[in-house]
Structures are given as C-alpha cells and as structure tokens.
Design a protein around this ligand. Structure first.
Ligand SMILES: [Zn+2]
Ligand SMILES: [Zn+2]
Length: 341
C-alpha cells in the first residue's frame, strides 16, 4: 500500500454547523488515499483468547483489591475520588485528545480546548502532540504496515500471538517513534496554546496526582487521607484509565461486531463502549473517523458524545460533525442492513 501524506484537517473541513447533516467522514483527518480494499484472514482463536486473558485478569485483580481493602484502605471517599478522577481524565482523552485534537470533530473556545488538553495530559498517556501523531498514524495504517499498535501480523505461533497481543496493548509504547511523525501534527505545532499544554506535560501529570491527595487529606483531615487519596485517585486511577484506553487498541481490533466497511479489523464492542465512554464503538469510528458521535445507533451508549451535545446546548461546542444517515447506509455491511437503527 502506498504511504500517503496526512493533510492538515483544517484544509478539508466542511463549514456546516450541524450534528445532523455534515458528510464528515468524507474528509478524514488522515485519509488512506488510494488505499486498496485490504483483506484480512479470519482471526485466530489463539489471538482472541490471549487478548481476553491479558485484558480481563487485571480488571479482576482490581475488583478483588476493592473488595479485600474495603473498610481497611478503601471506602466511599476514595471510591468517589477514583470515579471523579477517572471521569475527568478519561474524558480528557476521549473528548479532548481523540475527538477534538486528533479528529477535530467539533470546535470549542480556546479555554475549553486548553482544559481538555490538561485533563487528557493528566491521564499520563504522553503529551498531546505525540498522542495525536500516534493516533493519526494508526488511522492511516490501521492493521497494516505502519500501524503503531496493531495486534495483527506478528506471526501465528503461540509466541507470535502473545507478542501481538502484548504489542497492541502496551508494548508499542516502548518502541521508538518514526522520525517523520511531525507531518501528522503540523496543525498542532502551529498552535501556541497546544504547544504550551504539550510543553508542561509533567506539570499536568503532577497536578492530576496532587489534586486527589489534597482532597483526600482535607476530607479526612489526616495524612492517611493524603496517602490514600494519592493511591486511589492518583495511581490506581492512572492504571485503570491506561488499561481501558489501551484495550481499545487491542480488544476493539479483535473482539466485537463489524457493522461498517472499513480498511481494518476494527470492531464495535459494547463493554468498552460503556467503560471507555463511547470509544468502544470502534468500527463505527474507523468507518467515520471525523464523526463526533461514535455510538451511531440509539442503543450504542456514547457518554463522550452526550457531553459534546451538552456542550453544544450551552454554546461551548460548534461544528459538531456526524455523518448523514445516507452516508452511514452507504457504508453499512450488507448483513447488517436490516438491523435495528
Ligand atoms: Zn483503531
Ligand atoms: Zn481515532
């Protein structure tokens, strides 16, 4: 497949301000121009099982910690801190880093963009510009050569399958990045606000750990509260957001249904649709990358989109992009045509 140049998204945006009618996906941030319809072999059971175990076990461990430590080193205060910090930082990634900065699926005032940049940085998934470069690369090369985190094409032996599952989940983070990443993020590099947020990444990370520690201390008026606030609202929350977001890269390219034509193995997955605030509708997303709405059917829960809609209602979001029903139909896979919409 020929490598193509990523065009800055602003050049291709339609001007319409509607969340009903824009033909958003015709102008993806990183179009696979000239891409042929790639074909992918049936996924092996080995790959599916390895991925399932690697993803589910840490969740079970986490739940076990909740139960075992309840009343000892965990209670409603720290659960509240965990949920609050999880929500703020996960939204920073899904609405901020992903739908706003990577795909520019809606516009908002600069101060709101800055807040999303800071909240996303608190999730400790790298500075915003690097994150966006990786993700735009993923869309351009998803599941073929050049994809930074595909679980596929690592060999069919047990070792290869485990390597693929590990690589897509977390291993890819420890590989060096290609030197040409700059071409994916020229628009962000020209934005002084984004450069400021990017430069102070470590400060936002520290704030994200400090805030729950301070709240824990103030609520309980104790140093134990500071420590437990730091552990649950800080470290445990970072782990949880990491694990859920990275599962999109692995689980949602292996497990789930394919409702739309896309040039990759992306899947729609209900569990991660809920846990990852709408990001689990990943086949929808790969089919319509610049859509602000990932859960395209009424029952495909998409909390990130609900937030964007609420922001639009109070004037904090505009140019919210969603593909027209006709456009969706034209990409829907045949076996799905009669399904409930
Ligand atoms: Zn993907
Ligand atoms: Zn994306």
């Amino acid at each position: 497949m020929p490598h193509t140049t990523a065009t800055p998204p602003t050049d291709r945006r339609p001007a319409a301000d509607s969340d009903h009618g824009t033909d958003a996906d015709t102008a993806p941030t990183v179009a696979r121009e000239g891409a042929k319809e790639e074909t992918f072999p049936e996924l092996s059971l080995k790959l599916k099982l390895v991925n399932l175990v690697a993803v589910v076990l840490p969740f079970i461990g986490f739940l076990a910690a909740f139960v075992l430590l309840w009343g000892v080193a965990f209670n409603w205060i720290y659960l509240g801190l965990l949920v609050m910090m999880y929500t703020i930082t996960a939204v920073g990634i899904t609405v901020g880093f992903h739908r706003l900065f990577t795909h520019r699926s809606f516009d908002c005032p600069d101060w709101v963009r800055m807040l999303f940049g800071i909240f996303g940085s608190m999730a400790v998934q790298g500075p915003v510009i690097e994150w966006v470069a990786d993700h735009r690369r993923h869309h351009q090369h998803s599941d073929v050569d050049g994809d930074p985190h595909s679980p596929h094409h690592h060999g069919d032996t047990v070792g290869g399958v485990i390597r693929g599952a590990f690589h897509s989940h977390v291993g890819w983070l420890f590989r060096g990045r290609p030197k040409n990443s700059v071409r994916y993020v020229r628009d962000l590099l020209e934005d002084p606000m984004v450069r400021f947020v990017n430069r102070h990444f470590v400060l936002w990370v520290a704030l994200g750990l400090l805030i729950p520690a301070v709240i824990g201390g103030l609520v309980t008026m104790s140093w134990t509260g500071v420590l437990l606030g730091f552990l649950w609202g800080g470290l445990a929350r970072v782990f949880l957001v990491h694990h859920v977001t990275w599962s999109i890269n692995s689980v949602c390219h292996i497990w789930g249904s394919r409702d739309f034509r896309s040039h990759d193995e992306s899947r729609n997955n209900l569990i991660f649709g809920v846990l990852a605030f709408g990001e689990g509708w990943h086949n929808n997303h790969h089919a319509f990358p610049t859509s602000a709405r990932h859960g395209l059917r009424w029952w495909e829960i998409d909390l990130s989109y609900l937030l964007i809609r609420a922001m639009k209602m109070v004037g904090l979001a505009s140019n919210v992009r969603v593909p027209t029903p006709e456009r969706q139909e034209s990409k829907r896979l045949q076996r799905d045509k009669n399904a409930d919409t």
